[in-house]
Design a protein around this ligand. Structure first.
Ligand SMILES: Nc1ncnc2c1ncn2[C@@H]1O[C@H](COP(=O)(O)OP(=O)(O)OP(=O)(O)O)[C@@H](O)[C@H]1O
Ligand SMILES: O=P(O)(O)OC[C@H]1O[C@H](OP(=O)(O)OP(=O)(O)O)[C@H](O)[C@@H]1O
Length: 215
């Protein structure tokens, strides 16, 4: 390969799951570089490197063709209008997007509120659910620690990701409705993938093969 191929790698939870899965495979990330502050990490395959990115920024690198492939949660993809080709559901990073309220507050209680306030960093999925349910609400934009909002009166309920349910429990909250499910997806820029399949498809196969071998 004459030009380095870049894979957009997620930082955070998905990256924490992905890095060990790739250890010992052709796409293992260089451990010394991972321990440094460097954000472009060589892999075990010459000519292939990883860019460490936050989920919310990652689709942009792929859509622009800067990265040939990316790995990102479907919850993030669903919030963004990016023309990406979804190549595979990688299965890990599974969680659900749920409406959650204080224990004892039911979905009917929330429906009955004349002015419902929902705190979330998922406005698109929340608006879509509200519209399906025939409800309206004021959205309170938050980017983290949403569980505090109902406890402190900033909102009546939250729409947030739930995996183990441990964070909800620790704050006396319960799920009142599941809006959707999420897992890690392998994505490519539609144009680049279709016009240069000979370049990107072998890389996608290498990644899928590496994950399969370690499964
Ligand atoms: N319990 C969970 N809570 C949040 N995200 C989860 C969970 N389980 C799996 N995920 C996946 O991990 C992604 C979020 O990872 P993380 O919270 O580390 O994000 P990030 O990219 O650092 O963004 P931010 O800090 O803005 O949330 C989600 O988009 C989702 O696909
Ligand atoms: O069901 P659980 O397994 O407890 O996971 C759910 C929690 O994890 C995420 O938060 P994260 O730790 O990413 O922090 P954040 O509040 O900054 O998003 C999510 O927003 C929930 O708060």
């Amino acid at each position: 390969m004459n030009q380095t191929l870049l894979i957009a790698f997620p930082k955070g939870r998905l990256g924490d799951e992905l890095v060990p899965k790739l250890a010992g495979t052709p796409l293992a990330l260089d451990t010394a570089a991972l321990k440094s502050r460097v954000l472009r990490i060589p892999t075990a395959t010459p000519g292939v490197a990883a860019l460490l990115l936050k989920g919310a920024d990652l689709p942009r690198y792929v859509a622009a063709g800067v990265a040939s492939l990316g790995i990102v949660g479907s919850d993030t993809l669903d919030e963004m209008d990016m023309d990406l080709l979804e190549l595979a559901d990688l299965g890990f990073g599974a969680c659900r997007l749920s409406l959650c309220a204080k224990t004892g507050v039911t979905l009917e209680d929330l429906r009955a509120k004349p002015h419902l306030r929902l705190a979330t960093k998922f406005p698109k999925a929340t608006e879509a659910w509200l519209s399906r349910e025939g409800l309206t609400a004021e959205l309170v934009p938050l980017s983290s620690s949403a569980e505090l909002a109902p406890l402190l009166g900033l909102a009546d309920a939250i729409v947030d990701l739930v995996q183990t349910g441990g964070t909800l429990k620790a704050h006396g909250l319960v799920e009142t409705a599941v809006l959707g499910r999420s897992s890690a997806r392998l994505v490519a820029a539609r144009g680049a993938y279709l016009s240069e399949p000979g370049r990107i498809r072998p890389l996608a196969d290498m990644l899928l093969g590496a994950l399969k071998a370690k499964a």
